[in-house]
Design a protein around this ligand. Structure first.
Ligand code: BDR
Ligand code: CA
Length: 316
């Protein structure tokens, strides 16, 4: 089996870190590059977190990490340190990576994205785990090259469920609604993995502790540490001691696309709303009413199969 070339764009927070581990431990994928974007925390911290995860896994053939946008296309940055810690990794990065910053690629994230679309064409899958700023910049830079990409899987949006950043918006699309709107209406082949499916996937603290206890290694110890405050946050706000696996599900869709069922529909992102910034809109009843269907939206997930896959790989 040939591994699928993948580029991961990430605002490396806690669930992004789990998603990176899942991707790097899945032989179906060959992670060619990681690009970072401001979102959960400032972009420099996201870059250090991505490097920390590569260091933790000690992967021989390390993908290059390129740093991307410091802020959304036309707004100041809105972050989520209360969810992911001030370092973006549950305030645990210092246990994984000493203060010196290891090498990263000098080239901008947008250029890395364009170059990979050119080199790998329709074989390339881009998994976008944060705000879509880097991808929108790459699209503006070179739409022809971007059109070659096989598929973009974007974790974002909330269609039939409430938002997690205010009542109607999901975090990634709230942070940079202009980038999301531009990209989702670009004609690129996109699959959206929204809160509708990611919030069906909860990893409970008890289960994590049970699994980690059976694996004495460094990776298990680090996972235990960097997920702690993320899970506490969910206990305070949602009433369960555990965490949603938003971004790992997006990576899993790159590994096994049929883990989710999708609906082809036109999607718009609210950029003007006074109370509805970042809201994702799709008219599922009258699919043609809002315009030509443009993207696939995941609406159902095989939860059991995802969790089996996740645990098999993460604790390897
Ligand atoms: C998304 O927001 C971020 O905080 C998570 O990493 C995930 O990508 C969920 O709304
Ligand atoms: Ca993320």
């Amino acid at each position: 089996m040939m591994a699928r070339p993948v580029l991961i764009d990430t605002d490396t927070g806690v669930d992004d870190a789990l998603a990176l581990i899942l991707a790097l431990r899945s032989r179906e994928l060959s992670v060619k590059a990681i690009t970072t974007v401001a979102g959960n925390v400032e972009v420099g911290k996201c870059t250090r977190n991505a490097l920390a995860i590569l260091h933790l896994l000690g992967v021989a053939d390390k993908p290059a990490v390129s740093e991307g946008a410091q802020k959304p296309l036309c707004r100041p940055l809105f972050r989520a340190p209360e969810v992911h810690g001030t370092d973006g990794l549950g305030n645990a990065r210092r246990y994984i990576l000493a203060s010196s910053t290891p090498r990263m690629c000098e080239q901008s994230a947008a250029k890395t994205i364009v170059d990979h679309c050119r080199s790998f064409g329709n074989k390339l899958v881009i998994v976008a785990l944060g705000p879509l700023t880097n991808l929108a910049l790459a699209w503006k830079k070179n739409p022809e090259a971007m059109m070659k990409v096989g598929r973009i899987i974007s974790m974002g949006g909330a269609f039939r469920v409430p938002g997690n950043t205010g009542p109607v918006a999901e975090f990634n699309y709230y942070v940079d609604p202009e980038a999301a709107h531009l990209l989702l209406n670009s004609g690129l082949r996109i699959t959206i993995v929204p809160l509708d499916v990611t919030e069906q996937i909860v990893l409970m603290r008890k289960e994590l502790e049970y699994r980690a206890a059976r694996r004495a290694g460094r990776v298990a110890k680090a996972i235990l540490r960097f997920t702690k405050s993320y899970m506490k946050y969910h206990e305070m706000t949602e009433g369960f001691n555990g965490g949603y696996l938003h971004d790992p599900l997006a990576v899993a869709v790159a590994i096994q696309p049929d883990l989710v069922q999708t609906t082809r529909v036109h999607v718009d992102i609210e950029t003007l709303g006074r109370y509805t910034r970042g809201m994702s809109l799709a008219d599922f009843k009258n699919k043609l009413k809002r315009g030509k269907p443009t993207v696939e939206v995941a609406s159902k997930v095989d939860r059991e199969r995802f969790l089996r896959l996740f645990h098999e790989r993460i604790w390897e």
